[in-house]
Write a protein of this length. Structure first.
Ligand code: PEP
Length: 256
């Protein structure tokens, strides 16, 4: 990662784990390790645990995020939560376009775009997930898939927004929750092509300033190698973020 230009972001995605009591406990366990100026630490928790996590993280450097948001500010969308509601609660971050939303809940590039736009309009920071399926990698179309997903999501997003309030997470779908990690070279190659796309869409300066994470079975054992790559500016971590010890080791690797 290029520390001169970009502060790495280490974000935990707790997925559908940890209700309010467990959230309070885990945030408390992570707190001592998050007192670092070497990276930004974000914990993306279930909606029902947001308030508990916010309270537990108050006064620390830990930022709390949600795992999704709707594109409308309010309305007849039973079961949904808007970006404005998250903002009102004091939540600074939201994940958009996670592959589990794309795979199980009908998320499309169009809705990912709309949710990204809504989150930015509400003043939130977005962790925008992109990544290819295993079959797409095997067909040699990883670059096309990732470029298209990124381009469609960022349509109408300004250079300033990309630089300051969008974190792009490259997450190869075949590596998420599978224990299969992209090699550091494979991950860096795709992160670099996303950065090249940002340069094409905006400018070289914006590309240099954009934070691009890797996600997919990142853990305490492989984080060091992945984070040492020049275009990997942090990680989006699922399974390993549920253990304070493992997550702390990843924070340490990012702060080294
Ligand atoms: C994720 O949920 O974004 C993720 C990368 O999960 P895992 O680390 O478990 O592969």
């Amino acid at each position: 990662m290029n520390r001169k230009m970009r502060m790495p972001v280490i974000a935990g995605n707790w997925k559908m784990n940890n209700g309010p009591a467990a959230a309070e406990k885990l945030v408390g366990e992570i707190k001592p390790f998050a007192e670092t100026t070497g990276c930004e630490v974000v914990l993306c928790v279930p909606y029902v645990s947001l308030q508990a996590a916010l309270a537990a993280a108050a006064g620390t450097g830990i930022k709390i995020g949600a795992q999704n948001c709707h594109w409308a500010p309010s309305g007849a969308f039973t079961g949904e939560v808007s970006a404005e509601m998250l903002k009102e609660l004091g939540v600074p971050y939201v994940i958009v376009g996670h592959s589990e939303r794309r795979q199980y809940f009908g998320e499309t590039d169009g809705t990912v775009h709309d949710r990204t736009r809504a989150a930015l309009d509400a003043g939130l920071k977005v962790i925008l997930c992109v990544g290819e399926l295993k079959a797409q990698r095997l067909s040699g179309i990883t670059a096309e898939v990732v470029r298209l997903q990124t381009k469609l999501a960022l349509e109408g997003v300004s250079a300033e927004e990309v630089e300051q309030r969008v974190v792009i997470a490259y997450e190869p779908v075949w590596a998420i929750g599978t224990g299969l990690t992209a090699t550091p070279e494979q991950a860096n190659e795709v992160n670099a092509l996303i950065r090249a796309l940002i340069a094409e869409l905006y400018s070289a300066q914006t590309a240099e300033r954009t934070v691009i994470q890797y996600g997919g079975s990142m853990n305490d054992a492989n984080a060091g190698e992945l984070l040492a790559q020049p275009d990997i500016d942090g990680g989006l971590i699922g399974g390993a973020s549920l253990s304070a010890e493992k997550f702390a080791a990843i924070i340490k690797a990012a702060s080294a």
